[in-house]
Design a protein around this ligand. Structure first.
Ligand code: FES
Length: 167
């Protein structure tokens, strides 16, 4: 994405942000819509469009777990591992999904076909539906068993890719 495209996106929203530093987040989120992660060029374009240094922009991008500075799968599945979900079996859900997708149990990651990323998440504010999963940082669902979580991943793999990656 180019700096001009990001400027055009930010311009009508600029008045919503009293502190110009607050523009960096929506700019990064918008830049991520094209390919689902932020390339070096995207980070530089955000820096140019917002007037902040590339290192500042990169520090923001690397802080938030819904901004990706490395490629991720077409669909991102976040398994909550915080207490309420853990007490209700999120470990089993996590292990089952990682095993099914051939992904490292310790760190999560992306399936060999590039379709599915499994990652850990902290409390998603859905504790009464524990253990829960968030899809593409958008929809939070639950409760899951290992088998129903695997069925969800199968559905996501079969579904068409999102037109834009708002994560
Ligand atoms: S602990 Fe999982 S949603 Fe709160």
């Amino acid at each position: 994405m180019t700096a001009d495209e990001i400027r055009a996106y930010l311009e009508p929203r600029r008045h919503e942000f009293a502190d110009p530093r607050s523009l960096v987040m929506p700019a990064l989120k918008y830049a991520q819509t094209t390919r689902g992660h932020l390339s070096r060029e995207d980070l530089d374009a955000v820096a140019e469009a917002t007037g902040f240094t590339p290192s500042f922009v990169e520090s923001v991008a690397s802080f938030y777990d819904r901004l990706y500075t490395q490629p991720v799968g077409n669909r991102v599945v976040s398994v909550c591992i915080t207490l309420s979900c853990m007490l209700r079996g999120s470990d089993e859900v996590w292990d089952h999904l990682c095993e099914k997708e051939g992904i490292d149990h310790h760190h999560g990651g992306t399936s060999a076909d590039g379709r599915i990323t499994i990652q850990e998440a902290q409390c998603l504010g859905y504790c009464d539906k524990a253990p829960c999963i968030q899809v593409d940082a958008d929809e939070t669902l639950g409760p899951f068993t290992p088998d129903s979580a695997a069925a969800l991943v199968d559905e996501l793999r079969a579904a068409p890719d999102p037109e834009e990656y708002w994560r």
